[in-house]
Design a protein. Structure first.
Length: 145
């Protein structure tokens, strides 16, 4: 199983719009991350997002450019302050390639939980992990910063 950890692309300032949609540059960046992911040969079966607009929009870019037949779902446990152990348990129940679109500080904490000692999560980037033994050990395959 391959797991993609995707930090949402650049969003507008919360004072400009409290919903925080992606900026124009953020939309382009999200599409480019999705295209690069597809070039790596990863086509997730499911894309989980936090439900926040910036996460949904970033996830939609992956749905559009990388995995048009993926199940696109809002999942509890991917919000900025959610404990990463909650989503770790949900990941362990999955067997097919999965993409998670989330936020800071949740994603860096989740990466540290899944792959202790790995390099930091890149802001507005992607980290691809591969499970080698029923979710106990994850190893990094590549990253897009």
């Amino acid at each position: 199983m391959t797991l993609l950890l995707i930090h949402h692309a650049e969003a507008v300032n919360p004072y400009e719009d409290p919903q925080r949609p992606l900026t124009d540059a953020g939309h382009q960046h999200a599409l480019r991350m999705a295209e690069l992911t597809k070039e790596h040969g990863v086509v997730p079966t499911a894309i989980w997002h936090s439900g926040k607009l910036r996460g949904r929009q970033t996830g939609h870019a992956f749905l559009q450019a990388c995995a048009p037949f993926a199940k696109f779902t809002m999942v509890k446990g991917l919000s900025p302050d959610d404990p990463p152990a909650v989503i770790q348990l949900a990941i362990e129940r999955e067997s097919q390639d999965l993409a998670l679109v989330g936020h800071w500080p949740h994603l860096p904490a989740l990466l540290g939980l899944l792959s202790p000692g790995s390099a930091p999560m890149p802001q507005h980037g992607v980290v691809a992990l591969q499970m080698s033994d029923d979710g106990v050990t994850w190893r990094e395959l590549w990253r897009i910063a």
